[in-house]
Structure formats: C-alpha cells, structure tokens
Design a binder for this molecule. Structure first.
Ligand code: C2E
Ligand code: MG
Ligand code: MG
Length: 399
C-alpha cells in the first residue's frame, strides 16, 4: 500500500511514519502541505491512501479535498485532525459528496490501534468498490429472476437484550443469480421499486416467509417474523387483504408478523399508506419504523403513522459506547420509544461493547453480527444451540 501523509507539523508526521512502520506499512511519503501533495500527484505519483490533516496554514483541509477531486485521484482518504469531531465529520461528508472514498477519520493524538482499525477498512473498501463497479441489474433480468424463483429468503435473528432469548427473525431477500452468485438487495430493491416490480417481490417474500414460519412454529420455534416493505408497496389498497389471506393460508397468526417500513422517497399523498398501515395495525400486525433516524424515517413519520416498534439505524448503534454524540442520539431514540410505548430494536450490534451499551440503556431487542449474520432460513435451527451456549457465557441464563 502506497501512503501519502500531509501535515504541517513535523512531529505529527514523524509519529505517523513511525506508527505506520510498526504496522508494516513502509511505502510512506510525507509532505508538509496540500500544495506539495497535489504537485506530487500531478507529477504522476500514485497513492492508495492519503492521510491528511485539516488545520494547515496555506491550503486547509477543505480546500485540499476540493482540489484533490479535480486531480481524478482514485485512492482513499483518511482525515486526521485535532479539531472538534463534528468538523471532522462534516469534512468527511463533504469529501464523500465530492465522490472521494473516505476510509475513516482519526482524532489527534492518533493511537496505533485506531490507525490500524482505519487502515483495515482498506481491503473492505476495495471489495465494496469492485462490487459497486460490477454491473447493475435491469428490470427485465429481475422480472425473469422473480418468475424463475431465483429470489431466496435469508433470515437474521433478533434477541432479547435482557435474556438473550430469540424473539424473532428479520427476513432479508437475496438473489441466487445463476452466474454472479448471491446478490444482495441493495443491488436490486431500488430497480424493483422504480419499475413496478416491488409488489411481486414483496408478495413472494411474504409467502415464503410465512411458509417457513409455519414450519418453525411446528418445530416449537414461536417467534415474530419481520418482513421489509417499502412505501411503494403501500399504494395498493388491497395490500392488507393479501397479507391476511397469506397468513390464513399458512395458518400463522397476524400478531406474529412484523412489517418493517422504510421510505426511500418522500411521499406527498399519505392517504393510501395511512389507510393500509392503520388497517394492518387493527389486525394486530406489528409495524416497525426501520432505519429510524435516517432518510425519511423521521420524527414526522413517527408522529403520523401507527408504528409500535422503533428500529434504530445501525449508524447510531455500532460504536455508540465510544462516541458521545452517537450515544446521545441512540439514548434519545431509546427514551422516545419507551415514552411512546414502543418496542425498541437496535440493528448493527456488532460487538460486546455495543451489546452492553444497549442493555445498560434499556433497549429491548438486538440484531446484528454479534448475534448472527443473516443465514438461509433452513439454517436457523442449527444456529440456535450455539447461541444458547453463548447466552450462558454472557451470563444471561443460569448454566
Ligand atoms: P434493513 O431492513 O435495515 O436490514 C438490515 C441490513 O443490515 C441487512 O442488509 C443486514 O444484512 C445488515 N446487517 C445486519 N446486521 C448487521 C451488522 O451487525 N452490521 C452491519 N454493518 N450490517 C448488518 P441486507 O440484507 O443487505 O439488506 C439491505 C436492505 O435491503 C435492508 O435493510 C432492507 O431495507 C432491504 N431489503 C432486504 N430484503 C427486502 C425485502 O424483502 N423487501 C424490501 N422492500 N426490502 C428489502
Ligand atoms: Mg429491515
Ligand atoms: Mg434497518
């Protein structure tokens, strides 16, 4: 990995070079200002990662980010600063808006652990970029895939933070592509929303989920089953009737169902979604506001729609215990859920620190890699014994 360091303080540069060397990164160039860095790039030097300070005499970090975009730089950026963390965060947003790939931010004084953690994202980012660059799917391909039964449902456990007991699963759709392998929903959900295929997709997922739920119930796995619906599903008035008919056919009670609603675009006319969601609530289907705190999953939504579960977006959850700002937002969401009498679910629980933080702050349910990654629905029964053992290790049940 070829690394470029930019900082006006000689000592900061020396320290970073030393820390990088002890992590095994030896191909490191250091410069004392943005202009010098740009000159190197213009002269044909190629870097994989640039670590840049923000507060520099001459060209500041914001100017550097703007100028860097114009060079066509294709590597990654790490922002380093001793300034207020929110400034650092805003510059990160700005860099992303310019189309730069930001690996992370480092607050001064930089610790070797943080430096290693941020650089470890490099491999993930390269893989993600390869994925994004791989081709997008068109509506015709997707239509065919739906007809050919290539969409498959995976599931991810949701567990009680107080007891560790399995309370439910979220159903997550994947496309078992004959050539490309397993394709994730971020690469085909918006296509299906834009081309009127989301209704077919959701109905297929719902029926598949309910069929599996019946099998789980028969094996004494009584729990909630959550299915994602997008706002586009809520513009046909017969949607509640479809849900009722499917549940009846599979003999699953409506009160075991959760519909997780996300809104990708702002809806102007709320009459139809309001009609649909209220009828579903009257039939005891649980309604969850998904990705709360991002996009249009806002306070206004919460005020207007009859949700009874609040799902805090993972961007407020993971790492909240190490970040006072995230912690404040996460705690406020939990407090609000409690006061509104809603069940709280945290997504993106990735480690024991996340788990402990949420448990200490009274969150009801956790979902995330710490508990389990999404898995094929048939794998849930095999996952459970391992989780029971971890519940004992976590001291959640008496051995
Ligand atoms: P979502 O509903 O917020 O689902 C949670 C996403 O977070 C899933 O991504 C899951 O794999 C991922 N995730 C779970 N635990 C962790 C964790 O600890 N850390 C991190 N970083 N991520 C975690 P996935 O499966 O790629 O789904 C992405 C989105 O696609 C979902 O977000 C949902 O909005 C949408 N989606 C999935 N299935 C369906 C569906 O059947 N219908 C519709 N309309 N949308 C769906
Ligand atoms: Mg969801
Ligand atoms: Mg979510």
């Amino acid at each position: 990995m070829k690394i470029l360091l930019i900082d006006d303080e000689a000592f900061a540069l020396k320290l970073l070079v030393h820390q990088l060397a002890s992590l095994g990164f030896r191909d490191v160039t250091s410069v004392t200002g943005g202009a010098e860095a740009l000159a190197q790039i213009a002269g044909g030097a190629r870097f994989d990662v640039i670590l840049s300070d923000l507060q520099m005499p001459g060209m500041d970090g914001v100017e550097f980010v703007r100028a860097l975009t114009q060079t066509g730089y294709g590597g990654e950026l790490v922002l380093v600063s001793g300034e207020d963390r929110r400034i650092l965060q805003t510059v990160e947003q700005l860099a992303r808006a310019h189309g730069l790939r930001v690996l992370g931010r480092l607050t001064k004084p930089v610790t070797p652990e943080r430096l290693a953690a941020v650089l470890a994202h490099h491999t993930d980012a390269v893989a993600a970029q390869a994925c994004a660059a791989s081709r997008c799917y068109g509506p015709d391909e997707l239509r065919q895939a739906i007809a050919a039964g290539e969409l498959v449902c995976h599931c991810q456990p949701k567990v009680s933070l107080a007891t560790g007991a399995l309370t439910g699963v979220e159903i997550l759709v994947r496309w078992q592509h004959p050539v490309d392998g397993l394709v994730f929903p971020d690469r085909f959900i918006s296509v299906s929303e834009e081309h009127g295929l989301i209704d077919d997709l959701t109905r297929l997922v719902l029926r598949d989920a309910l069929r599996q739920t019946r099998a789980w119930f028969d094996a004494s796995l009584e729990m909630h089953v959550a299915v994602n619906v997008s706002m586009e599903n809520l513009d046909t008035l017969d949607f509640p009737d479809f849900v009722v008919a499917a549940a009846l056919e599979m003999d699953v009670s409506l009160s075991s169902m959760v519909l997780e609603v996300t809104e990708s675009r702002l809806m102007m006319d709320m009459r139809v979604p309001l009609d649909i969601l209220t009828r579903l609530r009257l039939k005891y289907v649980d309604l969850s506001i998904d990705d709360f705190g991002t996009g249009h999953s806002s306070l206004a939504q919460l005020r207007d729609l009859p949700f009874n579960e609040l799902k805090i977006d993972r961007s407020f959850v993971h790492g909240a215990c190490r970040d006072t700002h995230l912690a404040a937002m996460c705690e406020a969401s939990l407090d609000m859920a409690r006061k509104l009498g809603m069940r709280s679910v945290a997504e993106g629980v990735e480690d024991l620190d996340d788990w402990n933080f949420l448990r200490d702050h009274g969150c009801d349910i956790a979902q995330g890699y710490f508990i389990a990654r999404p898995m094929p629905m048939a794998a849930l029964a095999d996952w459970l014994p391992g989780w029971e053992a971890r519940r004992r290790e976590l001291g959640l049940v008496k051995p």
